[in-house]
Every structure is written in C-alpha cells, then in structure tokens.
Design a protein around this ligand. Structure first.
Ligand code: C5P
Length: 248
C-alpha cells in the first residue's frame, strides 16, 4: 500500500480488518483513490461497484490489487446463464477476490456461474439475496408477498445448492441465514448504520456490532465511512466495534 498502515493494537483488531469492506461508491478513479489514501491503511478490503467500475474498469481494480488491497467486485450480475458465465470468466482475469450475482437470476444462472468460477484465480461468488434497500412493501411491488426474511432464506438455500460460495443479505436476517447454511457459509452484510448515521436509501439495517454478533462474516460499509469527516477514524471505530462483537 502507498500509505503507512495504522498501528494495530491487538489481534482482535487485526481479525476485524479481514471483516470490514469499504464500498468505494464514486464516479471516478481519482475520487476513489483519494478516499483510499484518506483511509491511511486502516482497511484491507475495498468494494468496487457499478458506479466506479463502469467509469474506471479493470485498470482501477488492478491498481488497487497492486497497492495490496483485496477487491470485492460488486457487479451484481443478472442475465441469462450463458452471458453470466461468460462475464465470470472475463472477470477472472482481473484479480478480484469476490464477485456478486443476483440470486433471483435463478438456478440455471447460478449453476452456470459457479461452473465458470472454477478456473485458477477465479473470484469467490456471492449471491445477492434481497437488496438491503428493500422492505416488505418494495418486495410486494415486484410480486414477492413473502417477508424479506423468507425470500432471503429461499434464495440463500438455492444459491448454496447451486455451488455459490456465499450470500449477501441484511444484518436483520443474517442469524437465520447462518442457521440455515451453517458455520462455514460466507455471509456478507451491507446495511450497516450506527446510531448517529444517516440511513439514506437503506431499509433493513443494523449496527456493525449487531451484524457481527448475529453471525455476519464480513460487513460492507459505504457512506458511514466515505462521508465521514475523517474516514480513517470512522473505519477504526468500526474495526473496534467488530473486534468487541467478535469476543462475545
Ligand atoms: O453507503 P452504504 O453503506 O449504504 O453502502 C452499501 C454498499 O453495499 C453499496 O455499495 C451497495 O451497492 C452495496 N449493497 C447493498 N445491498 C445489497 C448489496 C450490496 O447496499 N444487498
């Protein structure tokens, strides 16, 4: 990394660094790399989503990899099986560690994606269950009258059957997904908000400590870090909260 890492106080915080992913939701590589510098080496995982990837593409992912970061490529693939499998094979060249696809793409799509992700260097695949910005009303609007939790459990179970490595769900249902999928499942939760944070467009939220306490493997945090006056400080506080929750 270009910046000097912040000294790590204890091994719990070191473990916490493996569990916090910062979402680089920016329209340009320059803004994203500026935030990376302002994180001062506190975090090791960075998420590149559609906004940044469509602008900066693979070269930004490669830059982050060269600087020593693990990259979560959040492209939320959702297309016919042949197209998604092809996208997975293309992304394999880039060096991302995690890649998302929508579980609602169905069994054939997820099975094809899992088969395409077996080449050496392939990212681990995460199935996005129900977006954390959706509540029961939003779900009903797209024809799903089950609760968000029931739908998340349905899609998570299907994803596991298809050979997908992990699930993106909200912290509100992560305990039930953990129970259904077992201790080894990789469960990644966005929708992380502290008491004083603006909720924004998120709906199914919880604190970092609660998410970890309920069984999340890794947390995705965007605006509570990127919009903070001192992002490195906001990230450090979250790492401490994660480390404390881990000890329970
Ligand atoms: O700023 P905020 O903390 O809300 O950012 C959350 C990040 O997690 C965003 O980059 C968003 O795209 C992503 N995400 C999400 N809900 C999902 C999957 C991904 O919020 N179900």
């Amino acid at each position: 990394m270009t910046s000097t890492p912040t000294p790590i106080a204890d091994s719990n915080i070191l473990d916490a660094r493996e569990r916090l992913i910062v979402a680089l939701d920016y329209p340009t590589a320059r803004q994203a790399l500026d935030l990376v510098d302002r994180l001062e080496g506190t975090c090791t995982w960075l998420k590149v989503g559609m906004e940044l990837y469509y602008a900066a593409g693979n070269s930004l992912v490669e830059t982050l990899r060269r600087r020593g970061y693990n990259v979560f490529l959040d492209l939320k693939l959702h297309d016919i099986p042949n197209t998604v499998a092809g996208a997975v094979r293309t992304v394999t060249q880039v060096g991302a560690s995690l890649l998302t696809l929508h579980a609602s793409g169905g069994r054939a799509m997820m099975t094809a994606a899992a088969a395409a992700a077996t080449a050496p260097g392939s990212p681990r695949l995460l199935a996005v269950s129900v977006l954390t910005s959706m509540d029961s009303e939003e779900l009903a609007g797209v024809g799903v009258t089950d609760t968000p939790t029931a739908q998340v459990l349905r899609l998570s179970t299907l994803a596991k059957q298809c050979g997908i490595n992990g699930i993106v769900c909200s912290p509100q249902e992560v305990d039930e997904v953990r129970e259904a999928l077992g201790a080894q499942a990789l469960l990644v939760t966005p929708g992380i908000r502290g008491a004083g944070d603006a909720v924004g467009d998120q709906r199914r939220i919880a604190t970092a400590g609660d998410a970890i306490g309920r069984g999340a493997s890794m947390l995705v945090v965007g605006r509570p870090i990127t919009q903070a006056a001192v992002p490195a400080q906001a990230a450090s506080l979250l790492l401490q909260e994660i480390a404390r929750a881990d000890k329970r």
